[in-house]
Design a protein around this ligand. Structure first.
Ligand SMILES: Nc1nc2c(ncn2[C@@H]2O[C@H](COP(=O)(O)OP(=O)(O)OP(=O)(O)O)[C@@H](O)[C@H]2O)c(=O)[nH]1
Ligand SMILES: [Mg+2]
Length: 491
């Protein structure tokens, strides 16, 4: 009877791997050594795959998407994250913002000058000069003549037009003409009168119709720092010509801004320059000094429109999360971008609730608050984003507060607010409940609501603790990290 064969003999693999029958002792030793070496290599490969997988799981990469209408505060929120979590990098970049701040200042002055100009042009039949009682709001603007001291100021501040062109040339690449021809983005007036406070037919040529924007990337920063300010007509470089001119004009600028007649005109036209983006006229002594260096607050207040999608990446410099990589995506424009970002950890949606009495620059028939509500609804109901955590910032609460305290009645613009007290806290609570209800009703699957009332530009409020002012950023960071770790199964 033939010897019974091991079952494995039938296995073609075993047969192929079986050592030769006539293997010598020497060959066997060498074969075993080779097999041992191969096993060691294989184990090392397995181990490196295991470590790589673990590292990938542990990899601290957090992706955040910022959404919201133009001027809602997306880029400012990004700057706040940078300021809090990468303070060194933020500090190093502050100087690059000086040109933007100079441009913001020059534009505020031009808003004042153009408003005066508008009044002059309307003065077809000069009669009553703007004099006497600056608090009398009854005087008709169509029968006024500017006092001589304002005419003189206008003339003396003319060099600022040149500075504006210089700064635009500095921030915007030469082939990007359209960068300065977008509709005016300012929202410095109330009662639905958003946009330029002058008559657009009369001032079609005015530089104030243009809002400067930057494209994604840091190119503007390189330009604003890496190029001489101006070659001038002599071809010689000057040391920050813009700052020198602002410094030279500072007394006239202060006089213009504090002039009772100018204030009266602004009041009549319901232009609230103090609440508009990029406002520095209450800090003129400091910002026009020759040694001016932007502070943290100045950088947060600066206005520079973003167009397109920008992704900023940074590693936390301090704290428990040191080394964590954050990628924050700043989306300018509409949420048609949203489907491309369904893999983000969280979305921060900014709704500037102070804009309840303003209209969109792009479409003056649309109220800005209404636009924010519709965008929020769209984002909440988006199926692709169903699993993404949504964090709502009801932003610009500082402006909401000053508006309501100055007597603007919320109920006039938001009827459903009813006869509640015209009080900032009541208003915030009201908006929060409305946005929360939309979130609850329109989310495809239930998810937690994270809502914060914020003023993302406010650096520190009086004696209050800075970290308390940023509870919302810390809370968002903690929440996002927790969810991120949970998703990586590390919690
Ligand atoms: N007072 C006040 N100003 C704010 C607040 N948030 C943002 N701003 C200012 O509003 C202006 C617009 O903010 P941005 O961050 O540029 O707005 P954005 O959403 O990035 O706008 P786009 O780039 O046009 O999409 C800036 O001048 C900010 O300093 C806030 O809470 N309070
Ligand atoms: Mg922006």
């Amino acid at each position: 009877m033939p010897p019974t064969r091991d079952l494995s003999d039938r296995d073609p693999l075993s047969a192929a791997l079986r050592p030769p029958i006539d293997e010598s002792e020497e060959e066997k030793t060498s074969r075993l050594a080779e097999e041992e070496a191969a096993k060691r290599v294989s184990l090392a490969i397995d181990e490196s795959i295991r470590i790589e997988k673990q590292q990938r799981k542990k990899q601290k990469l957090v992706r955040l998407l910022l959404l919201g209408q133009s001027e809602s505060g997306k880029s400012t929120t990004l700057r706040q994250f940078q300021r809090l979590y990468t303070p060194n990098a933020f500090r190093e970049e502050r100087v690059l913002w000086r040109a933007v701040i100079q441009l913001n200042i020059v534009r505020s002055i031009h808003t004042l000058l153009d408003t005066l100009n508008d009044i002059r042009r309307r003065d077809v039949y000069p009669s009553t000069p703007y004099t006497s009682d600056p608090d009398s709001d009854s005087e008709s603007e169509s029968h006024v003549q500017l006092p001589t001291h304002l005419e003189d100021l206008r003339r003396r501040l003319h060099p600022l037009r040149h500075i504006e062109s210089l700064l635009i040339a500095k921030l915007v690449p030469p082939n990007e003409h359209e960068a300065t021809t977008l509709g005016y983005g300012g929202s410095n007036s109330v009662n639905g009168n958003v946009g330029p406070p002058w008559n657009s037919r009369q001032f079609a040529h005015s530089s104030q119709h243009k809002e400067i924007f930057v494209r994604p990337g840091a190119a503007w920063k390189l330009r604003s720092h890496g190029r001489p300010q101006s070659a001038g007509t002599t071809g010689q470089e000057t040391v920050d010509e813009s700052q020198a001119v602002l410094h030279h004009c500072r007394t006239d600028i202060v006089t213009l801004w504090n002039d009772p007649v100018v204030r009266q005109i602004l009041r009549r036209r319901k232009i609230r320059l103090e609440e508009s983006p990029g406002f520095y006229l209450n800090d003129l002594d400091r910002v026009t000094s020759l040694q001016y260096f932007p502070s943290d607050d100045d950088v947060l207040k600066a206005r520079l429109k973003t167009v397109g999608v920008s992704e900023y990446s940074f590693h936390m410099e301090a704290g428990d999360e040191r080394g964590t990589e954050w990628r924050i995506i700043d989306v300018g424009g509409s949420p048609t971008w949203v489907p491309f970002f369904d893999d983000v950890n969280a979305i921060i949606f900014l709704a500037p609730i102070s804009a309840f009495d303003q209209v969109l620059v792009e479409d003056r028939s649309v109220n800005r608050l209404e636009d924010s509500v519709l965008l929020w609804k769209e984002v909440c109901s988006n199926k692709l984003l169903a699993k993404v955590d949504l964090v709502l910032f009801l932003n610009k609460c500082d402006i909401l507060e000053s508006k309501l305290k100055s007597g603007v009645r919320l109920q006039k613009y938001v009827r459903s607010f009813g006869d509640r007290a015209n009080d900032p806290e009541v208003a915030q609570k009201y908006f929060k409940s409305k946005f929360s209800a939309i979130h609850r009703e329109h989310s495809p699957i239930p998810r937690k609501f994270y809502g914060f009332c914020t003023s993302v530009t406010v650096h520190s409020l009086g004696s209050r603790n800075i970290s308390a002012d940023y509870d919302f950023l810390v809370a968002v960071k903690d929440m996002v990290l927790r969810e991120h770790l949970r998703a990586s199964k590390l919690l």
